[in-house]
Write a protein that binds this ligand. Structure first.
Ligand code: GRG
Length: 290
C-alpha cells in the first residue's frame, strides 16, 4: 500500500493543484477552495479509484487522475459545509483551522459550492467516451445528491434529536459516508471497463468498505489513543448514543466491524483480488485500544 501511495499520490496531488491553479476565478474563492483541498486528508476515495484501475491493469493516466480528483473535490466540499457553524461548528479539520475560520462563513459556503460544481465539470474535461462521462456524472449525482450524501446528512442532523436503531443508523451512514465510497468503486469500474459481474462485486465491496469505515470512525472516536500517565483513556460511551459503540458497546462494534470486513474480503476473494492492492485497503481497519 505504501509503495502504491508513493507511486500515485504525488502525481495525483500535482494534477489537482495544477487544475485548481489554472482556474479563472476570483482569487479569494480560488484560495479558499485550494486551501481545504491542499491541506491534505487520507485521499482514500481517490486511492480506491486508482487501486481498482491498477488491479485491472488500466494505466493511472491523466483521465484517471482527473476522475479521482473530481471525487476528492466533492468530498472536500462536504467537509467544508459539514464544519460550518450551522452544521457541526468545528474549528479544526485535517489538523488545520476550518475553511470558515480562515475565510469567513460566506466564502466557505461559496468555496464548497465551487468545489461541488467543479467536480462535475472536471468529469466533462476528460478524454473519456461520452457514455463513460455520462455514467460517471449520473452515478456521482446520485451518490452525492438528495438520494445519497445530502439526505444522509439531513437524517444525521434529525437523528440527533432521537435515539436511532442499528438499522436506522446504518441507513444514515450508507448515504452519508457509504455513498461516496461506493461511487469510488463505480468510477474505478467504469474507468477499467469491467464486466457486469465485476462491477456488482466491486460496488458491494465499496458499500461494505463504507460501512466498515464509519464503524471504525466511531470506534476511533471512543478509543482515545492519547496516552495519559501510561494509560489509554476511553471517552464516555454514553456521550453519543447514535454511534456503533453507543448502540452495540465497544466490543459489539468491533465484532460488527470484523463481520463487515469479512464480507468485504469475500467480495475480493470472488474477484481474485484479495492479495492485490485492493486487499491492502482492509488493513486500514487496524485494531486500536483494548
Ligand atoms: C454537508 C452535504 C454535506 C455532507 C457532509 C461526509 C459528511 C457529510 C460529513 C463528514 C463528517 C464525518 C466526520 C463523517 C464521518 C466519516 C467521514 C466521512 C470522515 C471524513 O472522511 P475522511 O476520514 O477524511 O476520509 P479525510 O480528511 O481523510 O479526507
Amino acid at each position: 500500500m505504501k509503495d502504491f501511495q508513493e507511486q500515485n499520490l504525488p502525481k495525483f496531488e500535482k494534477k489537482i493543484a495544477s487544475f485548481l491553479g489554472s482556474l479563472e476565478a476570483e482569487k479569494t474563492l480560488k484560495d479558499a477552495m485550494s486551501y481545504s483541498v491542499e491541506i491534505g486528508g487520507k485521499r482514500i476515495r481517490p486511492l480506491m479509484i486508482m487501486a481498482i484501475c491498477n488491479f485491472f491493469e488500466r494505466p493511472v493516466d491523466d483521465d484517471v487522475l482527473v476522475i479521482a480528483g473530481s471525487l476528492e473535490l466533492l468530498h472536500t466540499y462536504s467537509l467544508i459545509h459539514d464544519d460550518l457553524p450551522e452544521m457541526d461548528n468545528d474549528n479544526l479539520r485535517r489538523g488545520k483551522p476550518t475553511n470558515h475560520k480562515v475565510y469567513g462563513q460566506a466564502h466557505a459556503v461559496l468555496a464548497g459550492d465551487g468545489l461541488l460544481t467543479l467536480s462535475f465539470d472536471w468529469i466533462t474535461r476528460t478524454n473519456l467516451g461520452d457514455k463513460a462521462k455520462l455514467d460517471l456524472i449520473s452515478f456521482l449525482g446520485k451518490a452525492a445528491g438528495p438520494e445519497g450524501m445530502v439526505s444522509g446528512q439531513v437524517a444525521d442532523i434529525e437523528g440527533e434529536q432521537k435515539i436511532l436503531t442499528l438499522e436506522q443508523l446504518q441507513r444514515v451512514h450508507a448515504r452519508k459516508t457509504g455513498a461516496l465510497l461506493k461511487y469510488a468503486c463505480q468510477a474505478g469500474s467504469i474507468l477499467s471497463n469491467v464486466n457486469e459481474r465485476e462491477f456488482n462485486l466491486l460496488v458491494s465491496f465499496g458499500s461494505l468498505f463504507g460501512l466498515a469505515f464509519q464503524i471504525y470512525d466511531d470506534i476511533l472516536d471512543v478509543v482515545s489513543t492519547t496516552e495519559k500517565m501510561g494509560k489509554k483513556v476511553h471517552k464516555d460511551q454514553s456521550e453519543n448514543k447514535n454511534t456503533y459503540p453507543g448502540i452495540l458497546g465497544l466490543e459489539g462494534a468491533y465484532k460488527m466491524l470484523d463481520e463487515v470486513i469479512g464480507k468485504a474480503r469475500n467480495e475480493l476473494i470472488r474477484l481474485d483480488a484479495v492479495d492485490s492492492i485492493l486487499g491492502d485497503f482492509l488493513g486500514y481497519f487496524e485494531r486500536k485500544g483494548n
